[in-house]
Write a protein that binds this ligand. Structure first.
Ligand code: COA
Length: 147
């Protein structure tokens, strides 16, 4: 199955929002994504397509020499097929091209699938942000990867 990774465009936002609302308990708004891709010069967002269907997306803020992954999500009926891998590889590729020295992210301590995905690409656990998620006070695990 061919997975195409490309930059996110405004015309992708209906599909992105559908995935976002399904994937997260406190989804970002459409306006937030629009700001990210049109106004935030530090942000880069990518989508994954299979047969011209948007099946996932991911974003990162590039701050000086660090990349902070903001979100990664895959459409529920396309999970387990390597789309998450392709998105993480896409973000790592972007950071490598831009001479970023390290990448970081927060992930729910209970999110074993996402933690496995990041560990696979060399992210290591480096701390906890207690009660980081406001909807249920779950802790966030901080992960880092050196490039
Ligand atoms: C996390 C998420 C992006 C993974 O996407 P995916 O397309 O299913 O992932 P892939 O199929 O590419 O698998 C990548 C790796 O994730 C891990 N993984 C995937 N499915 C798994 C499962 N059911 N159980 C355990 N680990 C799993 C494995 O390490 C896998 O590596 P492998 O391909 O060598 O087996 C997806 O589950 C998702 O959108 N979840 C909801 C949103 C979310 O939690 N985002 C992360 C926020 S930090």
């Amino acid at each position: 199955m061919d997975i195409v990774i490309r930059n996110m465009r405004e015309s992708d936002l209906d599909d992105v929002m559908e995935i976002e609302k399904d994937a997260f308990t406190t989804p970002w708004t459409r306006e937030a994504f629009l700001m990210e891709i049109t106004k935030n010069q530090l942000a880069k967002y990518i989508v994954a397509e299979i047969d011209e269907t948007i099946v996932g997306y991911g974003g990162i803020w590039l701050i000086i020499d660090e990349g902070h992954i903001t979100n990664i999500a895959v459409k529920s009926n396309y999970r387990g097929l390597g789309v998450g891998n392709a998105l993480v590889e896409g973000l790592i590729f972007l950071c490598t091209k831009l001479d970023i020295n390290g990448m970081t992210l927060e992930v729910r301590v209970s999110n074993t699938v996402a933690k496995n995905l990041y560990k696979k690409y060399g992210f290591v656990e480096s701390g906890i942000r207690p009660k980081y998620y406001q909807d249920d006070n779950e802790d966030a695990l901080i992960m880092w990867k050196k490039l």
